[in-house]
Write a protein that binds this ligand. Structure first.
Ligand code: PLP
Length: 325
């Protein structure tokens, strides 16, 4: 164990707050499945400055765009997101002085709306549900209108932008293979745009070609061809199949409902003292189904995408939980 008082390791001085993005710890979770002999590691992506792994694509997309001329110093960035990518983009866009409009819908949490405002994002709220009863299509149409209306504007388009998965290939995935102390048998990741699972698994497979890649999706998400159903937790799942998605690269999918995700969050808190967001709970719930079927001494790596604070009004609110089906 590294001593807190020891001076053998100190982090380097960084040039800026956003240089704190990435280089997150990989920790051994010894208590979650202590009754078994599997070896479980978690990449703590919640420790990114914006509170989630989406800081990585936010930074990567903006910096690549500025470098290759896709973005100029006054380009107005636009994205449809009510959650973590919006917060990451707001953080990085503000750092580079780029205007950023975030297209959101009434389902956005009060906390996220507040945070986006604090971080300088311009908020564009759609109000009309689309033909499927959600807001996804309305938000996309609004993005297209804004791109036409605002001169020198550019749509980030996280569901189709290859820089999304590349951020995780060069970032999260590369760090995992350098940090890990032996082979990886299973990689377990929550999915929405699928950028993180694809980027991380592409890098991990280069070093550990036999790794099995397991996606954790929400019940009601359509990514893997299952029917669309109402779901409450943000972050995990999608109501359209991302353009980025290549199903052949995923070995197995486990679907988790909202209640199981909440229970997973409480279990993670109780057993490991990790206060994490809803999709981390989904991962724990998926691992509970998976672990009993794994060979002895399997080595499993997962990614915990965001922090618990943003879920105080949902996952960690007893009244909200009591209303779940
Ligand atoms: C909390 C959380 N978990 C999981 C995901 C899924 O990540 P990806 O979009 O890379 O599939 C996201 C994406 O926004 C997220 O915010």
């Amino acid at each position: 164990m590294k001593s807190l008082s020891g001076d053998d390791w100190v982090p380097p001085i960084m040039g800026s707050y956003i240089d704190g993005i990435g280089h997150t710890p990989l920790v051994r979770l010894c208590s979650l499945f202590k009754e078994t002999n599997i070896c479980l590691y978690a990449k703590l992506e919640m420790l990114n400055p914006g509170g989630s792994m989406k800081d990585r694509p936010a930074r990567y997309i903006i910096e690549q765009g500025l470098r290759d001329g896709t973005f100029q110093p006054d380009t107005h960035l636009i994205e449809s997101t009510s959650g973590n990518l919006g917060i990451g983009l707001a953080l990085v866009a503000q750092f580079y002085g780029l205007p950023f409009t975030c297209v959101v819908d009434p389902k956005i949490t009060k906390t996220n709306l507040h945070m986006l405002g604090c971080l300088g994002a311009q908020i564009d709220m759609v109000h009309e549900p689309d033909e499927h009863g959600g807001y996804l299509q309305t938000r996309i149409r609004r993005v297209q209108e804004l791109v036409e209306k605002i001169p020198n504007s550019s749509w980030i388009n996280q569901y189709a932008n290859p820089l999304n998965w590349q951020a995780h290939y060069y970032g999260t995935g590369n760090e995992i293979v350098k940090q890990i102390d032996g082979p990886i048998d299973y990689l377990v990741c929550a999915v929405s745009t699928t950028g993180s699972i694809l980027g991380i698994s592409r890098r991990v497979r280069e070093t550990f070609p036999d790794v099995k890649v397991i996606a954790v999706d929400a019940v009601g998400s359509v990514i893997f061809g299952t029917p669309s159903l109402p779901r409450e937790l943000p972050g995990i799942g999608a109501s359209r199949v991302p353009e980025l998605f290549t199903p052949d690269e995923i070995d197995q999918v486990i679907h988790i409902n909202d209640r199981e995700s909440v229970e997973g969050c409480y279990r993670l808190l109780e057993r490991e003292r990790i206060f994490a967001g809803g999709s981390s709970g989904s991962i724990v719930a998926a691992l509970q189904k998976l672990v009993p079927r794994l060979p002895n001494h399997s080595r499993v790596v997962t990614v915990l995408p965001d922090r618990g604070e943003r879920y105080l009004d949902s996952v960690y609110d007893k009244e909200w939980v009591s209303k779940l089906p």
